[in-house]
Write a protein that binds this ligand. Structure first.
Ligand code: NAD
Length: 326
């Protein structure tokens, strides 16, 4: 694994994580701090510091739309890598599509421009399977295929991908991206995506032994356990620039399942667990997305390989949640 090789981390990079308190940011920040050291990884988020009790490590209050403050922080800590995670996710974006467009796009431009001006050298910005739409082939969705998203979130991610590729081609900005599938984790609550059921179900299974699902039982979606998503991010960012041949965003895949299959796996650990189904507006969003993803370019170019399958993920989630919720 490239990111474990010591030579890669020998130079003293300083990293800024924007949106560090979210589902991905909180885990990515600790992973990066283990690699680079506490003092080299600056966490930032729109949440005011005084509201965070016992936050460990350097933290800056930052609204990413405030370009001047972003620049001040980048200069203050001599930042050379930015991980931009602030965004409005799929289900929430439907409530306020214009604001979602503004936040998701302006934040990206603010960071891309810092790189174009030579202030930072490397950017990670996540895309999503939401770039696909109902006209995309839904099984084993290829890297290069029809992308006609129907959600405000998907439109912003697709445009973002094109701008990343543009800044790389035009200004040689080293920006890298993954199309994350639905991410499953236990440390922080999910941020309002359509795949959040696959996190909630575990919390409800441990706490109440029952769950009402907002998707139909046979809705297959691509998913990934957070440790795999963090490793994919670290490996993408550690790979030599010449290996990153796709500068829009890479498909990455791990597991594909539907609510009834996940419920059956949970039942193996909690036999009393019951699931009922009450589909809501999120069903239409899920129906417009792929059921499984072909990630062969990521595997070929920089060696991506997932570790967690449904069984391993379920065992690990339940073990950790039981500890957390005790
Ligand atoms: P999240 O909603 O859990 O976290 C986002 C963080 O950004 C929050 O802590 C929020 O306070 C912060 N934020 C919001 N507005 C901000 C602003 N103006 N300035 C600074 N910070 C701000 O989201 P997440 O799940 O951690 O997702 C991170 C990224 O990954 C997003 O770009 C998202 O689209 C992408 N992604 C996530 C998933 C998933 O399943 N979680 C899947 C695909 C892509």
């Amino acid at each position: 694994m490239a990111y474990l090789s010591p030579e890669f981390y020998m130079h003293t990079d300083n990293l800024l994580i924007i949106g560090a308190l979210g589902q991905i940011g909180s885990e990515l920040t600790s992973a990066l701090r283990k690699i680079y050291g506490e003092q080299h990884v600056i966490a930032s988020d729109i949440v005011e510091k005084r509201t965070l009790r016992n936050y460990e490590g350097i933290y800056e209050h930052l609204n990413v739309l405030d370009k001047e403050r972003l620049k001040i922080i980048v200069r203050k800590y001599k930042i050379n890598q930015v991980y931009l995670l602030a965004a409005i996710l799929s289900a929430r974006a439907e409530d306020n599509p214009h604001f979602a467009w503004r936040l998701n796009m302006e934040s990206l431009f603010n960071v891309l421009e810092l790189a174009r001006d030579g202030l930072i050298q490397k950017i990670f910005w996540p895309s999503s399977i939401a770039v696909f739409g109902p006209t995309t082939p839904r099984r084993n969705t290829p890297q290069f295929t029809i992308t006609e998203p129907i959600t405000a979130y998907g439109i912003s991610k697709l445009a973002g991908e094109r701008w990343c590729a543009y800044y790389f081609r035009k200004f040689s900005v080293d920006v890298r991206s993954l199309r994350y599938p639905g991410l499953i984790s236990y440390q922080t609550p999910p941020g309002g995506g359509t795949t959040d059921y696959a996190v909630d179900i575990f919390f409800k299974a441990v706490q109440y032994k029952s769950y009402t699902c907002y998707l139909k039982k046979n809705t297959y979606l691509p998913m990934m356990y957070m440790p795999d998503a963090i490793r994919a991010t670290l490996e993408l960012m550690a790979a030599p620039s010449s290996q990153i041949k796709i500068r829009s965003a890479y498909n990455v895949a791990a597991i594909s399942f539907c609510p009834s299959e996940l419920a059956a796996e949970i039942k193996k650990h909690i036999p009393e667990f019951r699931i009922t189904y009450q589909p809501d507006f999120r069903q239409a969003l899920a129906d417009s997305w792929p059921q499984s993803i072909d990630d062969s370019p990521a595997r070929k170019h920089w060696g991506w390989e997932p570790y967690y399958d449904l069984k391993k993920m379920t065992t690990d989630m339940l073990k950790n949640l039981r500890k957390t919720l005790q």
